[in-house]
Design a protein around this ligand. Sequence first.
Ligand code: FAD
Ligand code: SF4
Ligand code: SF4
Length: 436
Amino acid sequence: MTPENRFRTIVDQHMCISCGLCASLMGPHKIEMAVSDHKELRPRVAGTLTNNDFTKVQRVCPGVRIEGPELQTTPVNGEKTDLVWGPYLRMVHAHASNSTHRWEGSTGGVLTALATMLLRTGKVAFVLHVKASDSNPTFGVSTMSFTEADVLQAAGSRYGPAAPLSRLAQALEMDQSFAFIGRPCDVSAIGNLAEFDERVARLIVFRLAFVCGGPTPSLDIDRMIARAGVNPEQVVEMRYRGRGCPGPTAITTADGNTVYKRYSDFLNTDGRTWPMHFRCKICPDGIGERADIAVSDTWPGGVPDPTIGDADSGTNAMIVRTLKGLELVQEADAAGFLTLGNDFGPEGMDLYQPHQRDKKYAAWARIRGLRGAGRLFPHTKRLRLRDLASRMPREFNAEQSRGTKDRSQALVPEHIDLSYFKAPDVSLSRTVQEEK
Ligand SMILES: Cc1cc2nc3c(=O)[nH]c(=O)nc-3n(C[C@H](O)[C@H](O)[C@H](O)COP(=O)(O)OP(=O)(O)OC[C@H]3O[C@@H](n4cnc5c(N)ncnc54)[C@H](O)[C@@H]3O)c2cc1C
Ligand code: SF4
Ligand code: SF4
């Protein structure tokens, strides 16, 4: 099999989560991000790949490789590890102190406030994150924010396709300190890359993640827009949420009209399962285990309270995972960028994120189902997946494996040679073994 075909296997087997890192590292003459038939951003082979190119991509690609944080040689004082929620130093409620940050932000504007502080204090030269795309209004696009106004412009969640790491190589070339904000899988990819590129540890001085249930498939977004009475072809601007929490979904069309829908009405799935990409259904880390700080919503049960509506001003839950993250939060509190609320424990995250808790318990069995079906699967380490699965009834695990196997066979009908996709051996000698 050629290196190009081996690479295409990642996409064909539905393991690509569109981070954009492969394209960024290889350059557009080898791999470019392009809009697929299903209106998703996917990498496309544009030139010849060498065996070394493929090996490099395979080792960094978060579609096929997701790991927890490196084991610390010296334990961090006060660090706890929850079986579901992973390592943390503090779990605390917070919101941006600045009312504009809080208002514009997706939840309580914590990520916008932290990014603003990092720029203002000169801790970073820029922030690499995602803003709304001008050319594809439902998409997000990777952006470097050098000013506070840039950061504010990128506030809010982009649920459509985005490739948050598509400018990572360019950002590293600039040889300046920066912060990254993105999905847990993007942050994981950065951790993978750090093994091969010393600039990652030196230049990416903060890694911030939001807790992530997965982007919404693009065609489903179009269906939601159509259900709101708008022709998706006419959309010129799309704001999914923010301006309150969750704030309304605002769809602006070429004639200048804006249709507002309540966020929960816009996403209404008519009792069906929340639309999600296959890879996200087996996600082993949607909770940002490799980030300095992971932030989430705080709706009990994981959905907004319909009696409060869109006008809640918004409060985030923060999982502070590293010493660097803890110091950043303390400084943001002292300097008036963040207003901290009360501390809470893992049971708080269980309350706010039951879908993440459930997925974490199911991940090992789901990935095993994929493996049993002879499909490509993500190699995982240090995420406690097997331990979590061992707490579940045997029938539950069997059902999760069977369901994933069936879905994978429907999606990817052909067996292919996966012998090239062995677990990367780069870190086996110094960390715990791959989770089998
Ligand atoms: C696809 C997706 C799934 C999510 N799933 C969950 C979930 O399961 N549970 C939960 O509690 N919260 C989830 N969220 C996160 C939630 O919507 C808020 O983004 C989070 O609470 C941060 O709030 P904030 O007010 O601090 O964010 P803001 O201050 O508004 O900052 C948001 C930051 O995220 C960046 N960003 C926005 N969209 C993307 C994207 N697609 N990729 C990379 N970076 C992006 C922006 O550039 C900005 O810097 C999800 C968000 C997205 C985009
Ligand atoms: S590196 Fe990212 S964009 Fe490339 S194949 Fe993997 S998940 Fe997809
Ligand atoms: S659900 Fe998991 S795999 Fe999917 S985008 Fe979010 S972090 Fe990545």
